[in-house]
Design a protein around this ligand. Structure first.
Ligand SMILES: [Zn+2]
Length: 114
């Protein structure tokens, strides 16, 4: 998850799993608003300087207006927001085989119905 990785790599110490989880959820929310992934990753990388609340930091640092995706999240955005799959959009099934993720959580929680 690119956003959480950006946060962790700028954090110094390894943050608590609960902090990473909350940043993932907040990032999914921002991507659901159509925020560009690159901007959310940038905010996550800056976040250790400001605190632990990505939404508060985002509120003060909205993306450039022209950069918002008019057609909803891209595949990269979905992969970044998804907690099931890896950075290639794949996940390991219970039988051990690798499958292409359909990002079920992201569709339900982060991406508004078109
Ligand atoms: Zn996924």
């Amino acid at each position: 998850m690119a956003v959480a990785n950006a946060y962790v790599s700028h954090c110094g110490a390894f943050p608590l799993p609960s902090v990473i989880e909350s940043i993932r959820e907040q990032a999914a929310q921002l991507l659901g608003y159509g925020w560009p992934l690159a901007h959310v990753v940038k905010l996550a990388a800056e976040l250790p300087k400001w605190g632990k609340d990505l939404l508060v930091h985002a509120e003060h640092n909205p993306p450039p207006a022209t950069a918002a995706a008019p057609h909803g999240p891209s595949r990269a955005d979905l992969i970044a927001a998804c907690t099931v799959c890896d950075e290639y959009g794949q996940y390991e099934r219970p039988d051990g085989r690798i499958a292409i993720c359909k990002h079920p959580q992201v569709k339900l929680t982060a991406v508004p119905a078109a």
